[in-house]
Design a protein around this ligand. Structure first.
Ligand code: GDP
Ligand code: IMO
Ligand code: MG
Length: 428
């Protein structure tokens, strides 16, 4: 009996409410899998008023009896992993069982130092504004074939060899290029050996685990981090993260086949935000941006930075729906728009005086695009207690229908507040 696999992706630049959607879908899911990224993510889940932010662990963690997996495509920071597990324990939260891929790469201490040193080296003009969590340098080592994988942590001899091989080069870079102190071998090796002991119970061949589970009929949810426009290939490079955030990353990052996939769900908000540097055509720097930021509490979970806010960018959303082959969308934070007389939607760009509806594959071209808006009527009512589509004000229904028509996929989930229950489910 074959199971079911859904992929959930962030539609734009991240922080769309993916954590909430995963948690909302969670009752039916058997296995939740993170497939890329690391502790740079910040996924919020709110249950009965209690808010929990997962940076590294999957957002299905609050379902005891289920399984949460960090796939081979994730870069695992062992300290962060243990901290998040410990926090749930301290909060006396029952939790799902956890497994980590033996092939997942480990974020080592020098990755974090290099992440910050490289940012400083790029200087003010060239900075990417990374989270400093070692993500880029860890993925760079993975591709350069000088990474440390989870399986290496479990074998003291192999770990010793791996650390001594790589540390010599890292210390040269740290000292000669960035003027930093070298890292003594023991300061890297010993904590890594201890992480191996602490993490050994979690490390598994998750490719076999996931495929076996699929063949036994399990429902698996592949949970993307960041967003489509942060993808290293398809996003606004170089203002992106270092992994494949799009649905394709779900297969390389787990070892599951695309042939298993049932649905691809894109999560978007009723407006756009961006935590990162780089072009954002619909950014509103004045009153509207501030209103959205205040009402939507748009501050980064990881960096604490205020998120840049603006109207929904349908050009970018359409690009994302197409790249990911989405069969459904989740539209979150609709309640944040209550109280606005007018809601604008960017339907096309003006590029050097020519109208285009195509999202450019280059950040340099996107930086020259000016938004062309259409305007819709807003609504005043507080919608945070609405639990059906029909109970929404007519203008809010109209806005959802408009997005559905323009995005090219049905809006199956509508978020009207942060809590698990503040969700209108239209058959997802
Ligand atoms: P993620 O990274 O995509 O998981 O999103 P974040 O957790 O970084 O940011 C989304 C924020 O919006 C969190 O604070 C959520 O609690 C909150 N949120 C999610 N859905 C809704 C919603 O429908 N309405 C409101 N008001 N807040 C929401
Ligand atoms: P979630 O999963 C928004 C941004 C960082 C930075 C850029 C590169 O919560 O949506 P990195 O440390 O990844 O090399 O930083 O990417 N960034 C995010 N922005 N949401 C996220 O995750 C992000 N993860 C990374 O702010 O600009
Ligand atoms: Mg987030």
């Amino acid at each position: 009996m074959k199971g079911k696999v859904d992929v959930l992706v962030g539609a734009l630049w991240g922080d769309e409410g993916k954590g909430k959607v995963v948690d909302t879908m969670g009752a039916d899911v058997d296995i939740f899998v993170r497939y890329q990224g690391g502790a740079n993510a910040g996924h919020t889940v709110t249950v009965d008023g209690q808010k929990i932010v997962f940076n590294l662990l999957p957002s299905g963690m609050l379902y005891p009896g289920k399984l949460c997996v960090l796939g081979n495509g994730v870069v695992v920071d062992p300290e962060e992993f243990l901290k998040e597990v410990d926090e749930l324990h301290r909060m006396r939260m029952d939790r799902a069982r956890l497994a980590i891929s033996s092939n997942a790469h480990v974020v080592m201490p020098y990755h974090k130092i290099l992440d910050c040193a490289q940012e400083a080296f790029r200087g003010k003009g060239g900075m990417i504004g990374t989270t400093g969590r070692g993500i880029g340098p860890c993925y760079a080592d993975k591709c350069a074939r000088s990474g440390v994988r989870m399986e290496d942590l479990l074998d003291e001899v192999r770990l010793r060899d791996a650390v001594s091989a790589v540390l010599e080069e890292k210390n040269l870079v740290l000292t000669k290029l960035y003027g930093k102190n070298p890292l003594p071998f023991d300061e890297v090796y010993e904590p890594a050996r201890d992480w191996g002991k602490a993490l050994a119970p979690y490390v598994e061949d998750t490719v076999a685990l996931l495929n076996d589970s699929f063949e036994k009929g399990k429902y698996i949810l592949l949970e993307g981090a960041q967003g489509t426009l942060m993808d290293v290939d398809h996003g606004t490079y170089p203002y992106v993260t270092s992994s494949s955030t799009v649905m394709g990353g779900g297969f390389t990052g787990t070892g599951m086949s695309p042939a298993c996939v049932d649905r691809v769900i894109a999560v978007t908000k009723g407006y756009t935000t961006r935590s990162s540097w780089g072009p954002m055509p619909t950014e509103e720097k004045g009153e509207v941006g501030e209103y959205l930021r205040d009402k939507g509490a748009e501050f980064g979970n990881v960096t604490g930075r205020p998120r840049r806010c603006g109207w929904l960018d349908i050009v970018a959303l359409r690009y994302s729906m197409r790249l990911n082959g989405c069969s459904a969308a989740a539209l979150m934070k609709l309640n944040v728009l209550s109280g606005m007389d007018e809601i604008k939607v960017c339907v096309a760009y003006d590029l050097d005086g020519v109208r285009t509806e195509r999202f450019p594959g280059s950040a340099h071209i996107l930086a020259k695009c000016r938004p062309i808006f259409e305007s819709l009527r807003g609504w005043d009512e507080d919608i945070s207690n609405c639990d059906t589509f029909e109970s929404l004000p007519a203008e809010a229904q109209n806005y959802v229908n408009y997005i559905e028509d323009h995005a090219g996929a049905p809006v199956k989930l509508i978020g009207v507040g942060p809590d698990r229950n503040q969700t209108i489910n239209r058959g997802l």
